[in-house]
Design a protein. Sequence first.
Length: 127
Amino acid sequence: MEAPFIIILLIVWAGVVVAGYFVGKKKGKAGLGILLTALLGWIGLVIIAAIPVDKSTSSTTTHTPAQDLNTVPIARCKRCYKEGPSDARYCPHCGYPFHPDPAKAASGNWNKRSPQNHKCKYCGKPF
């Protein structure tokens, strides 16, 4: 065999291995795709293409971090009208309670302003 023929054969083999990696990555089994195509060549590529998709480790999901931001429930404060997380007990901007404390809700005075909220946080003047 001549040297150029061997080089071309190695380039084709490397291309098959790379193709096996990408097909395996789509199936959630990138390592298996490399292994099968490196050892079996085109036959390994056919085998990895015939393997069903692994739903638990598939890398073809379209989940983005921005979707996490869109799924966070938001609540609007009734006093300052700014938005905050709905699981918070108090507004992060003015301190007004979003949800009543069960012990205070029974007494009926849970939404009364605390003394610290009677003053402006910037100038200190009472409301």
